[in-house]
Each structure stands twice: as structure tokens, then as C-alpha cells.
Design a protein around this ligand. Structure first.
Ligand code: MN
Length: 735
């Protein structure tokens, strides 16, 4: 078992100026909160965070990473929350722990195999700091090393995930050693039978393979010495089980058909030219297989891997691979990004269509830059930490359905985009959303890793407002389509009512005009429109005047004869009446309150109250919007006089209750709110909401929402509030 002192010793050796106190505090905190918890092995849970911290210390990471390693499961597995972490350990560690906790959630969600690539991308996208991924990899490595105590199904699931997600990430970061270990452990737990079968096959051949390797190694080292090529080590290895297994499966080979079962590696001193010298020596000893030569030194891989690879035909006619690299290249091949913390120089190459890899390369490049530029290693400034930030997929966010399906959306997308991404039906009937279990507004911007649940109501429809929040064209098109359909239906409806009324004034029965298809069609054609509904829609939109339609129906002579306006014209005086005449509505008013099912809405700007003078405006998509005549917006609406209609309050059998907000300014003293609510209650008026505030000039402000029937009722309430002692003024406010 690793002790915290072992970890601290490593950090002190690697980074002499580290804040050891921080690590000790993280250790104490972790020990306190994981107290009593046990691993599947029965050991105290604390063993795990210490082991993770130890792996991180091995990687020569900083004290912040090591401390985070100690704390990485505290939020996930204990009652401690992020705020507490922040309080004790500050912003930086909190961000890292948060990243790790989020990744833990993703792991729990991703059940579908084919989601692996998405999840991998998402894991990367969520990593705002390269240290998060290093800590996560260390966490996973320790779990993989100690998974023998878990049930087989759980072992298989975790192994699958490791192969799909974490081994590729390790590969991208150039961490060859860690990747190999993760892969072999996964293979062993995922396919235990195939693993042991292959392992037996390899072990049977091992003595012979090792013997061959010894001869190869000796031959190479002798020849290198003879040719004065400086080298650090010659290594020989038998191919790893996982990569051997993959190869056998892919190429349908037997183990004896694999030419690169063994490989040798030459590690030269830190000069590139020694690699090429060694290569020529090796090609002198054995015949190379021409197409197998790869120069990853001249053109490094995107994960910065550098090496020469050559395959040669051995003495017994058996081919094997030789890798040649400098000591530094070797370190980078084994440790990847982590090695860059140590090395001061490396060459970068670029040729990759995969944007993500390119991004990663740039990040690694960024990683290297401060080290290349600063010869003084102690200059581990904030800039350096800043340079560790990753943004691998800046354009997208990866979100989940509650079932764990990944929905990839452009950054800035909202739950509405999400809903339409699932299905247009879901989008159309969307009425709300939960993100990570919490109800949110539909305009909330989605973040990486959010689990989004869309709430729908079967008869609900899209809202025009949504166009302001959606950013995917799929959602936008669908909403637009819906609105135009809806507008058309409403316009036809409005057009029909308007035309009916107009025809009625001329004494024309519906049978003769509106319900007479051929006549309607004829008139529609005169307007260049196809069908009767198009004509009605045009009337409803305010484009075509119903009066003109009637004129076309009757013909000029008969129209003039029957025109009721002609008869009244002399009496007209007021401006409003002139408008009436213009639109041909006469004294007939559309009655507000759903008479004839005509769609009317009260304008939000002025929220007219029964009894107040009102005016109607044909608004596209909303039917007739009713404003208070004194509303400041009416003036600008008058520009489109065609769309103004007269409206009036219908007599209602049942009184309708409406909410109105009042603002009372009072003296700043206690009991004001009670005084006012009492006064309102006394005249039997409902109070929906009331709150008291104090204004900047030390006055009391009481906002109160009441329920009234009409203007008369409202006036009465205002009057009685005004009479409450201490009240200075009362006004009606609009929401
Ligand atoms: Mn863990």
C-alpha cells in the first residue's frame, strides 16, 4: 500500500518548490470524508485516491494535480459539494474536481456502444484543462489495475469503456505506456477466455522468442559499437497481447504467421543523426523490407510520437521490426503529454485531416512553447497554466437524453434545438425542459454534459418567440413553417369574418358570396390568387379590403347603389370614424371576448381592462390584438390603417376576472402593506401577489397584483388604496 509520504517524496524530488502543505491538506480532507468507505477489495477507500495521486506524482505533475488526485472522488462519492471544495482549496482545484465529476457522470450515462466516439469527443470537449484528462487517466488506470474484486459484468463494462474512450485518449496524448497497460487490462477483463488462450500460446513460444531477441540485441549492440554509433539501450520485446489479438482477428492469421511477434528497439543518445546512423547499421546487418520503413522522425505523428520503424529479414528468414529513437523521443513515446513537462525541445509536424487531432496537436504545441521559450524552468507562471487549457471541440456541445443518447449540437443551442433534434414532433409540443433534473427556461444555453429532458404537452404548439432562442436550422425551419401555417389558418378565419360582415352590410347572404365557391374563385383570380382560401387569407392579412371584394362581386353600379357608407358619409366627422369608413367596417364592431370565435388577444403593452376604450389591430399570426386606445403603441400602429378594426367589449353573462398590477408609493413606515391589503380585502377584491420594497429616496414601494372585473372595479380599488393613511400615490403598472 502506498503511503502519502511516498507521494510527497516523489513530488519533492520532481518539483522542489512545490506546495507540499496543499497536498497534506488535500490528504486530510480526503481521509476525513472518505472515512468508513471501503473499496470492493475491502480495503479503506482512501487507498484509491492515494494511488491516483501517486500515479500523478510519477508523471511529474504539479502539486495541484496531485492534490486533485486525492480529492477527485470526494464530490462524486461523499456529501461534500463543490462550494466546500472551493472554500478549502480555491478555484483551480475546484475546476479540476468539477471536470472529473462531470466525466464520472458521462460514464454512468453512456450505455450504448456506438456512442463511444461521441462520448470520447465529449470527454475531450469537457476538459478545459489538460490536467483533468491526466488525472482521469490515472484514476482509470488504478481502477483497471484493481478491478479483480468486481463482478464480471461490471469488469466488462468498465473495460469496454476503457478501450473505447480512455485508451484512445491516452493514445492521442501520446501516452504509449499507459495506453498499452489500459488496453491489456481491458482485453483481459473483457475477453478472459481469449486472453488466456492467447497468453498460453505466447508463453509457449516465449523461451524461443526471448532467445532470438537476445541474439538480435547482441548483434545490434556489437555492430553499433563497432561503427561508433552512441546508444543508451537496446530493448527487445514480445508483442503485447492486445495488439497481437487485434492483428490476428483483423487479418485472420495464426500466431505463427505474425511477422512482428518480436521487435527490437534502439535508444540512442539525444541526437537525431544517431538514429539514422543506427538505421544504416541495421540495414547493413539484415535486409530491410522496403515498404515497411517509416520515418516518424522527419514527420512526427500528431501525438508527437517520433521514431524510425523498419522491418528486416532475420537470420532464419523471420521478419521482425526495429524501432530507433533518441532517449527523449522514447520518453515522449512512453509518456506523451506528461513527458512534455520535462523536455525542452521537440519538433512538430502537421498533416492531418482530423480537426480534433489538429486541435490537440496545437494544444500540445502550446504546451511545449513555454518550455521551449523559458530556459528557466522555475518560471511556471500563470501563463503556463493558461497554456494548458484545451478547447478541442469549440464549436459543439455534447448533451444527453435521459436515456443516455448523445445529442451533438452547435454551441449556444437551447432546449428547443435539442427538442427538434430528437424529433420535430417533440419540438412542436415542447412546453418546458429540465437540465440535469432541474426545470429551466427554454432559452437556457446548453452546456457540455447536460442531461436534457424535454417536457411536452400533446396539444401545445411552437411559439414565435422561440425563433429568438434557436440556432439550429432544423428547429428554425420547423418553427417558421409552423407559424406560417398557423398564420394562414388564422388569416383565413379572420378574412372570412370580415368579409361576412361586409357582405351583410350590403345585404348579401353568405350563400351568394362566401359560400359560393365559383364566385369566390372568380374574384380570387381577379386578384391574381388561386383559391377562395387565398382570397380570404389576403383579406385576413389586411392586404385586400373586404369592401373591395364586395365591389368586385356586385359590380360598380350595384355597389354604389347598395353602399351603406354612401348614405352616412355626411355624418362622419371624427378621425376614428374616418378610419372606419376607410376599412369599410361601418359602425359594426368586432366584439372582443371570443364572439364568433374570432381570435383576439389583449395587447401585452397596455393590457386593456373591460370598460376602457379599445381598438383592434390585425396582427400577423396573432389575430386581432386589442389595445387600450390611449396605449402609446397605438399611434405607430395607425400607420397601417388597413389593419385597424373597431372593437368593443361584449356584454358578458359571466364576469371575467383579470389581474392588474398596482404600485403604491407610501411613507416608509411599518404596517403599510397590511393597511393596503386590508383596504383591498374590505371591498372583496382578490389579491394575487403583494410585496413591499423601499425606494432609493426612502419611500415605501408596495407592488400589489389584484383581481378585478372591469375598469369601474379597478377605479374603486385604486380609490380605497389612496385613502389608506400614509399612501402618497397609486398607479397602475403594466407588466
Ligand atoms: Mn476514482
Amino acid at each position: 500500500m502506498i503511503r502519502i509520504e511516498d507521494v510527497i517524496e516523489k513530488v519533492e524530488n520532481n518539483r522542489p518548490n512545490s506546495n507540499i502543505e496543499l497536498i497534506r491538506r488535500a490528504y486530510m480532507f480526503s481521509a476525513l470524508h472518505h472515512r468508513g468507505q471501503k473499496r470492493a477489495s475491502g480495503e479503506p477507500y482512501l487507498v484509491h485516491p492515494i494511488a491516483v495521486a501517486d500515479i500523478l506524482a510519477e508523471m511529474r505533475l504539479d502539486e495541484v494535480s496531485v492534490s486533485t488526485g486525492l480529492l477527485h472522488d470526494v464530490v462524486e462519492d461523499t456529501l461534500v459539494d463543490l462550494d466546500t471544495i472551493k472554500e478549502y482549496f480555491g478555484e483551480e482545484i475546484t475546476t479540476l474536481v468539477d471536470g472529473l465529476t462531470k466525466i464520472a457522470h458521462i460514464s454512468n450515462l453512456s450505455k450504448e456502444k456506438q456512442q463511444a466516439e461521441n462520448v470520447r469527443k465529449m470527454v475531450l470537449a469537457m476538459i478545459t484543462d489538460v490536467r483533468v484528462v491526466l488525472i482521469k487517466l490515472a484514476d482509470r488506470l488504478h481502477n483497471m489495475r484493481t478491478m479483480q474484486f468486481l463482478k464480471p459484468e461490471k469488469r466488462a463494462r468498465i473495460s469496454r469503456e476503457t478501450l473505447d474512450i480512455y485508451a484512445p485518449i491516452a493514445h492521442r496524448l501520446g501516452m504509449g505506456k499507459l495506453r498499452s497497460e489500459l488496453e491489456d487490462l481491458s482485453f483481459r477483463n473483457l475477453h478472459p477466455q481469449e486472453y488466456s488462450k492467447l497468453s498460453i500460446e505466447v508463453e509457449a513460444r516465449r523461451p524461443e522468442l526471448e532467445a532470438t531477441l537476445e541474439i538480435i540485441k547482441k548483434t545490434i549492440s556489437d555492430q553499433l559499437r563497432e561503427n561508433d554509433v552512441p546508444f543508451v539501450a537496446i530493448e527487445g520485446r514480445v508483442k503485447r497481447l492486445f495488439s497481437l489479438w487485434k492483428k490476428l482477428k483483423k487479418r485472420k492469421l495464426t500466431i505463427d504467421q505474425v511477422y512482428d511477434l518480436i521487435a527490437a528497439r534502439v535508444i540512442t543518445t539525444n541526437e537525431k543523426k544517431n538514429c539514422y546512423l543506427a538505421l544504416s547499421v541495421i540495414h547493413d546487418i539484415w535486409t530491410p523490407v522496403p515498404e515497411r520503413f517509416k520515418d516518424w522522425i522527419a514527420i512526427p505523428r500528431d501525438n508527437l510520437y517520433q521514431s524510425l520503424h523498419t522491418s528486416v529479414i532475420g537470420d532464419k528468414g523471420q521478419a521482425f521490426e526495429v524501432q530507433i529513437r533518441t532517449e527523449e523521443m522514447h520518453q515522449i513515446a512512453e509518456e506523451g503529454v506528461a513527458a512534455h513537462w520535462k523536455y525542452k525541445e521537440s519538433k512538430l509536424g502537421a498533416n492531418e485531416e482530423d480537426e480534433s487531432l489538429d486541435e490537440l496537436r496545437k494544444t500540445v504545441e502550446k504546451l511545449l512553447l513555454p518550455l521551449v521559450e523559458n530556459t528557466n524552468e522555475s518560471q511556471d507562471s500563470e501563463d503556463f497554466i493558461e497554456s494548458l487549457k484545451l478547447d478541442l471541440y469549440p464549436k459543439d456541445v455534447y448533451t444527453f437524453t435521459p436515456m443516455g443518447k448523445v445529442i451533438q449540437l452547435p454551441r449556444g443551442a437551447t432546449p428547443i434545438d435539442f427538442a427538434y433534434a430528437i424529433h420535430s414532433e417533440v419540438g412542436d409540443t415542447c412546453t418546458g425542459a429540465k437540465i440535469n433534473g432541474r426545470i429551466v427556461q427554454l432559452k437556457t444555453e446548453l452546456q457540455n454534459g447536460d442531461v436534457v429532458e424535454i417536457l411536452t404537452t400533446s396539444n401545445s404548439t411552437p411559439s414565435r418567440d422561440w425563433l429568438n432562442y434557436v440556432i439550429t436550422s432544423r428547429a428554425r425551419n420547423r418553427i417558421r413553417h409552423f407559424i406560417s401555417e398557423q398564420q394562414r389558418t388564422e388569416s383565413i378565419d379572420i378574412g372570412r369574418k370580415l368579409l361576412e360582415k361586409e357582405a351583410d352590410k350590403f345585404g348579401i347572404s353568405p350563400k351568394k358570396l362566401i359560400n359560393n365557391d365559383s364566385e369566390m374563385k372568380r374574384i380570387a383570380n381577379e386578384y391574381g390568387l388561386g383559391r377562395p382560401e387565398d382570397l380570404l387569407a389576403s383579406v385576413g392579412y389586411g392586404k385586400t379590403l373586404p369592401r373591395n371584394v364586395v365591389a368586385k362581386f356586385l359590380g360598380p353600379e350595384k355597389f354604389n347603389e347598395l353602399d351603406p357608407e354612401k348614405k352616412k358619409e355626411t355624418k362622419l366627422q371624427s378621425g376614428v370614424k374616418a378610419v372606419k369608413k376607410f376599412i369599410g367596417m361601418g359602425e359594426d364592431a368586432i366584439i372582443v371576448k371570443g364572439v364568433d370565435n374570432l381570435l383576439t388577444t389583449r395587447a401585452r403593452c397596455c393590457n386593456p381592462l373591460r370598460g376602457e376604450p379599445i381598438i383592434g389591430y390585425i396582427s400577423l399570426g396573432k389575430g386581432i390584438v386589442v389595445h387600450n386606445k390611449r396605449c402609446k403603441n397605438v399611434k405607430s400602429l395607425m400607420v397601417n390603417k388597413d389593419r385597424i378594426v373597431d372593437v368593443d367589449w361584449a356584454k358578458s353573462e359571466k364576469e371575467e376576472i383579470q389581474s392588474v398590477r398596482l404600485l403604491a408609493t407610501t411613507e416608509n413606515r411599518t404596517g403599510m402593506l397590511a393597511g393596503i391589503t386590508n383596504a383591498i380585502a374590505e371591498i372583496k377584491t382578490g389579491i394575487r401577489d403583494a410585496r413591499a420594497m423601499v425606494s432609493k429616496d426612502d419611500r415605501g414601494l408596495i407592488e400589489i397584483t389584484i383581481e378585478v372585473f372591469d375598469k369601474k372595479h379597478l377605479d374603486k380599488v385604486i380609490g380605497s388604496v389612496e385613502r389608506v393613511p400614509g399612501v402618497i400615490a397609486v398607479e397602475r403598472v403594466n407588466s
